[in-house]
Design a protein around this ligand. Structure first.
Ligand SMILES: *Cc1c(COP(=O)(O)O)cnc(C)c1O
Length: 220
């Protein structure tokens, strides 16, 4: 049986190879280790192996395991990659360093208010529903550039990237290409795209971070 650390090493070397293959700068892709459903003891081997960027998709679950780990390892960076309810904005701003799922004005306004109240700045991404799936969070692709502009001009938020989760049973390439195009239109530099099954493809389309869970921690 392979261990978390062995799987992490494999993912790291595949990211490096895909980055080379795409003729991109070495180290230009950040690995977000998605630790949802795994507890602190399951996560620790990855931290001990030097992994410092983690993703969680639920605020409440993250609150149960990350405050203690962040106190122990102050250089950890935690990213929220799941849908955010406005009544959880306070907790999200307090715990997460990066929030990747800004997708409507109400959330943008809440985040602006909470960052001001708490005297902190968090890095923010806008989630785009590239497949326009009714059940999925994210702003529609046609509204994405205007929404980024409103985040900046109306809510005073610095948006640094776009994030997407392509439809489960479609070729992800066109969705990654669309996100890259929207990022250029909206003038943002970072692209969070690619998961265990398609992170190498995403790197070919310009991902600056990939969100990899099961390929590191095992099946959920
Ligand atoms: C769970 C999750 C991932 C990781 O998925 P894997 O297929 O396990 O790599 C990536 N992004 C989001 C938004 C997730 O919720």
């Amino acid at each position: 049986m392979t261990t978390t650390v062995e799987r992490l090493e494999t993912v790291r070397s595949r990211i490096a190879a895909a980055t080379r293959e795409a003729k991109r700068e070495p180290g230009s892709v950040t690995l977000i280790a998605v630790s949802k459903t795994f507890d602190a003891e399951g996560i620790r081997p990855a931290i001990d192996a030097g992994q410092r960027v983690f993703g969680e998709n639920r605020v409440q679950e993250a609150q149960a395991k990350w405050p203690a780990l962040k106190a122990e390892f102050p250089d950890l960076q935690l990213r929220l990659i799941g849908p955010l309810q406005s009544n959880k904005a306070r907790e999200a701003v307090a715990l997460f360093d990066v929030i990747e799922t800004v997708d409507r004005d109400k959330i943008a306004a809440e985040l602006a208010k909470e960052m001001q109240k708490q005297g902190v700045k968090r890095k923010l991404y806008v989630q785009v529903n590239t497949g326009s799936e009714p059940q999925k969070a994210g702003i529609g692709p046609r509204d994405a550039a205007a929404f980024v502009l409103r985040c900046r001009q109306v809510h005073g938020l610095a948006i640094e990237g776009l994030m997407c989760i392509p439809p489960a049973n479609e070729n992800p390439g066109p969705h990654f290409a669309l996100l890259e195009k929207l990022a250029r239109e909206a003038d943002v530099d970072h692209l969070s795209m690619g998961m265990s099954g398609d992170y190498e493809i995403a790197i070919g389309f310009g991902a600056t971070s990939v969100r990899v869970g099961s390929a590191i921690f095992g099946a959920r």
